[in-house]
Structures are given as structure tokens and as C-alpha cells.
Design a protein around this ligand. Structure first.
Ligand code: C5P
Length: 402
């Protein structure tokens, strides 16, 4: 049976991208029906969607047609209801349970299979009302596909661009969409994640650090959020935007990261330490810029002291039921080193990967071994968001967190 998707198009400039979405879903074997708001028809004609989908694109609950109660039939028939693009207005109506047209009525009737892909101006997106509405949807188990950042149709730059068509389609095709909140694997759970590098200052203009981009930790935080968890992400300095629906604590040094983690570790069910913490920091941090020639000795020979090991420190305080995941970036003997780290750090699982040129740091994907007392599971190269979901899946399965 082909997967049946109800595609809800609301009125914004990105409505034309719904045509591409429809086509992409058909290419991936889906049967697509379209419902539009009246405002969406000002951007793209329903005839376009009717022609592409091969069935009438509906707008009006009360139009004369063969179908006396279209919203119930449409909701019952679909495996997922994707609202894309979803305007601030439609998100607000869905959050409030308002059903004053066919699209929003369908959203109520198909609330347990609903995804929304917001698209709007950055200021509208960042307004407290929109934030609250999207948080309310997420808290109910609605999948909110995060918009991207960049140049917006209105000329502003910022967050609010409709996410990539292929990412939206992949989300709509994910069978996990049919999971109301109580069936999400981490519903009601707390997850803490560390990400990115730490920077260890020598003076106001120089520091010791590493090339971690934070992509892996951010992917784990988003995967945990999508699995229904209440997520705190403690991140070193990275250029990534705060993920929506995640509490983000930004830090610089290893000491600051430890302090933030100590505050959030108690009471979390899973802690994932994906940060590339600097193992050492300069013994002295000068308040003024050190000068070539004048401070030659301090610059040529930097005395270093060891940083606290955040993972080992917190794993030693683990309460029963808490599950701790560490990472091991190795250049050689990857699994052996990971096994040692499992013991020495007191983690329940270590995600081990090879680092080197074009491997590990900064890349969008990775291959890894998940090493625990139960053995090691080899995962082939995959995008970091898929790897993140796998890590959480194994954590849940192995240790009955859920
Ligand atoms: O010892 P190594 O740095 O290779 O271990 C990596 C793991 O330990 C990662 O999970 C990293 O986040 C964590 N770590 C830490 N604090 C440190 C060093 C590493 O939490 N000071």
C-alpha cells in the first residue's frame, strides 16, 4: 500500500515549494492529497495541485461535492498530515484548536499524525507568540520541522526559511510520525548533551582549542527532542543556531562546561557527552594581551594544567537508572581504546569513531562503533542526525530507559 500523505498548504510565499514537495513524495511512492487555506490559493492555484496530485485540491468545507464531510474522510485516510508551509497564523490556530476552515479542521481530526514545517519572516518566527505556539505543538507530539536561516523573501536575513524540501519529505515519510506523545520513546525523560569544543584562554586574544563543530552533539540534542525528551544542551563556542525546543547553555571553558553540567546532570535520565573538551588549559591566563618581545617567555613556552574530566566526574556520581554516553575520537585501535574508556570513565556506552583527514570533526556524517559491556555494534557511515537517532535508540533498547 502506498503511504498516504495529506499535504496542507497555507498562505505564504513558500507555497510554491509545496508543488516540489508533492512531486518528491510521489517519486518516493506516496499517494498525496492536498488541502489549502483560502490565502494559499492567492499564491498557487488549487488547479496546479489538482493537476499534480490527480485529485481535487480542497479548500472549502462546504463546497458542493461528492464528499459531505471531507475533513473526517481526509484525516481518516492519511498516514500523515503535513502542513507545509505552515504560517504563523495556521500554527497559532492549530495550537489553540481553532478549526475555522478545512485545513485547520483536518489538523484537529488528524492531530496524532501531524507535522508542520513553519515558514515566515524572522521577526514573526522569533515572536514570543509563535515560539509558544510551536512549543505547545511540540509538547503534544507534533513534529515541528525546524526552518532554516538565511535570506528571506521579505529581504530580512535570519531564521524562518522553509526547511529543505527533501528533509520535509523524509520527515513526512518517517513512520514515527504516527506516534502520539505518550508513544514517543523519551516522552517525560530528561536528556543532557554536551557539544562543541572548549576554549582555554592564554590572554584576551589567544586560546587553545580544537576543530569540533558541535554538529554531533547538536544532532543528538535534536534527536532526543524529537523523541519527546526535555533536553538541555551545554555547548562550547560553535557557529550553529540554538535548536528550537531545546534549552541551550553556552559556555567557553572546560571549567564553565563542568559547572553547567553539574547543574543539569542530577535528574537527567540520559547524559551524552559529545563535547571535545580541551584536556589541558594554560596555567596562567593573562588579563592583558601578551606582547611579542616583552612576554616572549610566556608565549614561547606555555605551561599547561589538566582540565577536569567532565564525563568521568559526573559518571562517578551516576544514580541508579541514569545512562551515560561518552565519545571517543581515536586515530587508531578505535574499539580497544573505546573499551578502555568505558571502564576508566565509568560510562555505560562509548561512541567510538576514527578521526583524521575528512573523518570525524566538522563532517556532516560519521561511521562509529557503539561500545558497551554487551559488545560493540558497528554503524556504517551515515549523516550525523541518523547516527544520533541510532545512539538514542540503542541507549533506550539496551538499558530500558523507556
Ligand atoms: O579522554 P577523551 O578526551 O578521549 O574522552 C572523550 C570523552 O570524554 C568525550 O565523551 C568527552 O566529551 C569527554 N571528556 C570530558 N572532559 C574532558 C575530556 C573529555 O567530558 N576533560
Amino acid at each position: 500500500m502506498p503511504r498516504k500523505i495529506l499535504l496542507g498548504v497555507s498562505g505564504c510565499i513558500a507555497a510554491y515549494k509545496a508543488c516540489e514537495m508533492l512531486r518528491e513524495m510521489q517519486r518516493r511512492g506516496c499517494d498525496v492529497e492536498v488541502v489549502m487555506t483560502a490565502n494559499a490559493t492567492r499564491f498557487v492555484s488549487p488547479h496546479t495541485f489538482s493537476a499534480l496530485s490527480g485529485r481535487p485540491a480542497l479548500v472549502d468545507n462546504f463546497a458542493d461535492g461528492a464528499d459531505p464531510i471531507p475533513h473526517i474522510r481526509m484525516a481518516e485516510e492519511c498516514d500523515a498530515f503535513l502542513v507545509a508551509p505552515c504560517t504563523a497564523n495556521v500554527a497559532a490556530k492549530i495550537a489553540a484548536g481553532i478549526a475555522d476552515d478545512l485545513l485547520t479542521t483536518c489538523a484537529l481530526a488528524a492531530h496524532d499524525r501531524l507535522l508542520v514545517a513553519p515558514a515566515m519572516n524572522v521577526h514573526m518566527y522569533e515572536s514570543p507568540a509563535t515560539r509558544q505556539n510551536l512549543d505547545a505543538l511540540r509538547a503534544r507530539g507534533v513534529r515541528v520541522i525546524e526552518p532554516g536561516s538565511g535570506y528571506l523573501a521579505c529581504g530580512d536575513t535570519g531564521k524562518g526559511r522553509l526547511a529543505d524540501v527533501s528533509d520535509i519529505v523524509s520527515a513526512a515519510l518517517d513512520p514515527a510520525v504516527e506516534a502520539p506523545l505518550e508513544r514517543l520513546p523519551l516522552a517525560g525523560r530528561k536528556v543532557m548533551v554536551t557539544a562543541g569544543p572548549t576554549v582555554e584562554w592564554l590572554d584576551p586574544v589567544r586560546y587553545v582549542s580544537n576543530p569540533s563543530s558541535g554538529k554531533m552533539g547538536f544532532a543528538v540534542a535534536k534527536a532526543a527532542r524529537d523523541a519527546g525528551a526535555d533536553v538541555t544542551l551545554v555547548s562550547g563556542p560553535v557557529s550553529l543556531d540554538d535548536p528550537d525546543g531545546v534549552k541551550v547553555v553556552r559556555v567557553n571553558t572546560a571549567s564553565e562546561m563542568l559547572e553547567a553540567c553539574e547543574e543539569h546532570f542530577d535528574g537527567c535520565d540520559i547524559a551524552v557527552f559529545a563535547a571535545a573538551v580541551s584536556d589541558y588549559r594554560p596555567r596562567m591566563r593573562s588579563e592583558r594581551k601578551l606582547k611579542k618581545g616583552v612576554d616572549g617567555e610566556s608565549l614561547a613556552c606555555i605551561e599547561m594544567v589538566e582540565n577536569p574530566d567532565i564525563l568521568a566526574t559526573l559518571a562517578s556520581r551516576k544514580a541508579p537508572g541514569q545512562f551515560v554516553v561518552g565519545f571517543a575520537a581515536e586515530t587508531d585501535h578505535v574499539v580497544e581504546h573505546a573499551r578502555e574508556k568505558l571502564q576508566s570513565k565509568g560510562a555505560d556506552m562509548v561512541v567510538a569513531n576514527q578521526v583524521g583527514e575528512h573523518k570525524g570533526f566538522r563532517e556532516d556524517g560519521n561511521a562509529a562503533f557503539l561500545v558497551s559491556d554487551r559488545g560493540s555494534l558497528e554503524l556504517p557511515y551515515m549523516p550525523k542526525d541518523e547516527l544520533a537517532a541510532k545512539i538514542l535508540e540503542v541507549a533506550c533498547d539496551n538499558f530500558k530507559v523507556c
